[in-house]
Write a protein that binds this ligand. Structure first.
Ligand code: FNR
Length: 355
């Protein structure tokens, strides 16, 4: 059913498809080129198998943890995704309130329909990161980073996998007209600065990490990492964390899955930085797999969009709470009491017999 915490994400997506205008649904649901990356994401998590431990006396699981020092009630966070007012009139404000109610960390996109200050005020005191894109000039981008620090965001997430926008064929068919009429709240006022074409971050190099860290006064998370060598360079350049993602299959395609890139990245950075992962995570066991492979947290994109579309604030909370309940269940089934201590040998590749 659709009632939390018994979560049927496919039903939520099907209902969203009925509720949304076709171009909006396609923008949320779609991926780049042949959509191979997007299609393979969930299957890649499920190419791992759990190895339950028994007789450990575990009847419940503790899900509280810390992300860059911020206390959260669940390791399942909300990924930055754009234009949330197209899903629900309250947009990012509803998502922020739901995140606070569920004890989840929210990452707020530069491409939000509410300003970063408005989102911060919607749920004061709850953990929140700001995801930075370059929408306009360098000056405007640095201004956003500074404002995120001033507004109490606890980290700055640099999304680095958009040197150009991926070729999203569904959107190209609609010519992006659906974005007309939604407010790009983090843009400078019309006419104040020259407009750049899109949100490309192609001019950024590794020194952007220290620069934006200084401007904002915040730890920097680099989102868009799929290689161990890149992860190491980010950490050497000052990143506090790296975020393994294919951008929901919306950029390079076909591209290595997060579930396959994650172990390499975790091994490469060791204890020098936190590692997160997202992409196609749709069950509590998917979450457990990612955490066992070394992620400190996972993030959800589209499931949050479907929760917001179908149920506003309550719908988003239902998605987070439903998956969190599933994660707790999976941990107990595997004899694991604490989300902060999930051994790597909890998972093994499917079809491989260990001797
Ligand atoms: C995104 N994503 C994204 N990432 C980012 O850094 N800034 C952004 O503004 C957006 N916008 C955005 C819009 C929509 C509609 C989607 C679906 C995704 C990527 C997002 O943060 C995340 O990496 C993926 O969505 C995770 O994959 P799943 O959970 O959607 O499979």
């Amino acid at each position: 059913g659709l009632e939390p915490p018994y979560l049927d994400l496919e039903a939520l997506e099907a209902r969203s498809r009925e509720l949304l205008p076709q171009p909006t649904y396609d923008y949320y649901a779609g991926g780049a080129e042949t959509e191979t990356t997007m299609r393979e994401a969930t299957a890649a998590w499920r190419s791992w198998r759990l190895r339950p431990r028994v007789l450990r006396g575990v009847t419940e699981a503790s899900l509280a943890t810390e992300l860059l020092g911020a206390a959260v009630g669940t390791p399942i966070g909300i990924a930055p995704w754009a234009y949330q007012a197209m899903a629900h009139p309250d947009g990012e404000l509803a998502t922020a309130r739901a995140a606070a109610a569920s004890g989840a960390l929210m990452t707020v996109s530069t491409s939000a329909n509410n300003s970063l200050e408005e989102v911060a005020e919607a749920a004061p005191g709850s953990p929140r990161w700001f995801q930075l894109y370059r929408l306009h000039s360098d000056r405007h981008t640095e201004d956003l980073a500074r404002r995120a620090g001033d507004a109490g965001y606890q980290a700055l997430v640099l999304t680095v996998d958009v040197p150009v926008l991926g070729r999203r064929r569904r959107d190209m068919g609609h010519d992006f007209v659906h974005r007309a009429g939604v407010r790009m709240a983090n843009r400078p006022p019309e006419g104040e600065e020259p407009t750049l074409d899109g949100l490309a971050t192609g001019t950024w190099t590794f020194d952007a990490i220290a620069r934006f860290g200084e401007v904002s006064g915040l730890p920097v998370v680099v989102k868009g990492i799929l290689r161990g060598d890149d992860a190491v360079r980010c950490v050497q350049a000052g990143a506090a964390a790296v975020w393994v993602t294919t951008h929901g299959g919306r950029q390079a395609d076909p591209c290595v899955a997060s579930a396959h890139a994650l172990p390499e990245v975790v091994d490469a950075v060791g204890d020098d930085a936190e590692v997160y992962a997202d992409g196609g995570i749709r069950s509590g066991s998917d979450v457990l797999t990612a955490l066992a492979l070394g992620a400190s947290a996972v993030f959800l994109g589209r499931p949050i969009a479907w929760g917001l579309t179908t149920g506003g604030e309550r719908g988003v909370a239902g998605v987070i709470d439903g998956l969190t309940a599933e994660l707790a269940h999976a941990m107990v089934l595997c004899g694991l009491p604490d989300v902060r201590a999930l051994p790597r040998d909890t998972v093994t590749p499917a079809g491989v017999i260990r001797r």
